[in-house]
Design a protein around this ligand. Sequence first.
Ligand SMILES: [Zn+2]
Length: 215
Amino acid sequence: MYQEPELRTKSKQRFSLMLPAMCLGVAAMFGYFGLLMLVRADVVAWARNNFGADSEPWIMMAMIIPSIFIFLLPSYVAEQKAKRYSISCPNCCKDLTLSIQRILKTRCCSNCEKRIIETGRMRSNDLYARYCRRQWRNYLVYWFWAWPAGGIVMLIWHRFDSSAFNDCPQMIFLFGLIGSTATGWTLIRTNDLRYLAQTITSAVLLVVGISMFLQ
Ligand SMILES: [Zn+2]
């Protein structure tokens, strides 16, 4: 059995590790793209000299791919560090780390539905699901549409003014890239299919953006 203050503390400690890590991931990715802009011409010229003109799209792809890992690495490290704040059900042993808010509301395990917080009134998971549909989780579902929306704006902009991003061509696929990784990561971690459409849309925009970027 858990005590409510104990769970609240763990939840806060985990959040205080994960939030800066996610911000760091975004900042590091922008930093990487900044660096890429500085060295891009030299690297492309080097690839041309050594591997011929056909190697240009491939070397560009090879330079883009690390940005995904740079974006995810701080979150991954923080996730490993946050394991000490993880909690699991005393009855069925299911990992409930990502369900702390749910447990605080329902007082029971989301898997076996046995009580795991000593005090307070128990509520059913169905009731909690209804509560969730109206609450903050919805904001995240909508918020993840911001990346595809930004990506579409960039593609349209690029379509009408192909010189608009001459100084920063990565902008054409950047929103698709952040959207795919952030939403895809959330989808994998939560198994919540409400993130699926955003992930697919971001991935399509990423592929379209990269193919336009390489033209
Ligand atoms: Zn359980």
